[in-house]
Design a protein around this ligand. Structure first.
Ligand SMILES: Cc1ncc(COP(=O)(O)O)c(C=O)c1O
Length: 400
């Protein structure tokens, strides 16, 4: 149709809408999902007579080595289908490392430049991984400035700030589509306790917790979602007091804990929170590594301490059931930090008493004080949504 026939200057011929780059990009991201097998669900060997089964969902085996491979894939699909990510754009992310590693992988897959804005304290191993996948790193001294620096960089480069902290909960399909929760329930279905009592995870963006909490409700499972939080994070205080404006100095357990409440942290899908001392994280991380015969990352240690606190409570009250948690990434990334006694000592952390508490529980079946006191909270005003049979006193008083 000749141009002068379009009074509004718009070419309404759909054939002329060029989506070739976006279509190919979506195909490449979906093809990555299609090539990936599901991550395993391992049994953590505990005394069978306890009647308590603990499972580890191993997200360290993803192509980019962490649970963030799933999120990065969802974020790229979300940005592509929203028309926000286009050919030639520089992709920018504010990340403690794992997300940046996975996003660098997908940016390279799509032939796009990638810049990670990361705290200067991020482990060298993670910076090398980002560069291995073709990304570059912009180090910032103040962890709280990652958002502003990323926004400015996107404006200056006409790039796209992927912004995991805002979009993580929106980008992931919580109804299914093989999200992490659907995978867990599918893999535990033939176990003696096929509906977990608790799923225990940490929160960086909060996206993983949001997906699991939503899916459990959507499928009407009675499973409780327990979020563990390290020192220096705002999540536990904000959630247990309802004061969302709380801030904190920042976490030293990479990937989890935030200096402020993030948009993708959905407080109302969380049934309980546990504050985990960093020394307990190191002890539980090393114990888990010894139990499964290979190193896991710091945030997995935080998860495991939370699990052991619930195990201790179940032992104390004689309840049976199953608990699931995540291996979020491998420990090879933390050889110079959490696995280095010199670094742990320099941080003023003493994991020894926590290691002794774990040993007393697992070998002696006794419930040491370290595993029953301090840093726990159930959302007091939401007891009505607590699944039947789980009284509010189950995890002891409302605030530990
Ligand atoms: C190693 C590790 N564990 C746990 C998490 C928490 O995941 P989410 O952002 O889904 O809360 C992250 C997030 O970056 C991580 O890198």
């Amino acid at each position: 149709m000749p141009n002068d026939d379009r009074p509004d200057g718009v070419d309404w011929a759909p054939a002329n809408i060029d989506r070739s780059w976006v279509s190919e990009a979506v195909r490449l991201v979906e093809a990555d999902a299609n090539r990936s097998a599901d991550t395993h669900l391992h049994v953590l060997p505990l005394p069978a007579e306890w009647g308590i089964d603990v499972y580890l969902k191993d997200e360290s085996v993803h192509p980019t080595g962490s649970l963030k491979h799933r999120l990065a894939r969802s974020l790229f699909s979300h940005a592509l289908v929203n028309g926000n990510l286009r050919e030639g754009m520089t992709v920018i992310e504010a990340s403690s490392g794992s997300t940046a590693v996975s996003e660098a992988y997908f940016a390279r897959l799509l032939g796009l430049p990638f810049v990670a804005v990361v705290p200067a304290s991020t482990s060298p191993a993670k910076l090398e991984l980002i560069e291995f996948y073709g990304g570059s790193c912009r180090l910032v001294d103040d962890p709280g400035s990652v958002y502003e620096v990323s926004h400015r960089l996107a404006e200056r480069t006409d790039g796209y700030f992927m912004d995991q902290f805002t979009y993580a909960e929106r980008a992931t399909d919580w109804r299914g589509n093989n999200n992490i929760a659907e995978s867990i329930y599918g893999q535990i279905a033939r176990e003696r306790y096929p509906v977990p009592d608790w799923i225990v995870v940490g929160a960086g963006t909060g996206g993983t917790a949001a997906t699991i909490g939503r899916y459990a409700r959507f499928k009407r499972h009675r499973t409780g979602l327990c979020v563990v939080d390290p020192e220096g994070s705002a999540y536990f205080d904000a959630w247990s007091t309802g004061r969302w404006e709380v801030t904190a100095p920042g976490s030293r357990i990479e990937g989890i804990g935030r200096p402020r409440m993030e948009e993708s942290f959905l407080p109302n899908v969380v049934d309980a929170m546990i504050r985990v001392p960093d020394a307990a994280t190191v002890a539980a991380m090393r114990w888990t590594s010894a139990m499964i015969g290979r190193r896991v990352g710091g945030s997995t240690g935080t998860n495991m301490w939370g699990v052991l606190r619930i195990v201790a409570d179940m032992l104390r009250t004689g309840r049976t059931g199953s608990i699931v948690t995540l291996i979020c990434d491998g420990g090879e990334r933390y050889a110079d930090t959490y696995y280095a006694d010199r670094w742990v000592g320099a941080q003023g952390l003493d994991p020894v008493p926590y290691a002794a508490a774990i040993d007393a529980l697992v070998t002696g079946g006794t419930v040491p004080a370290a595993l029953t006191t301090g840093g726990r909270c159930r959302k007091p005003h939401r007891d009505t949504s607590i699944p039947n049979g789980r009284s509010a006193v189950m995890l002891g008083p409302r605030r530990g």
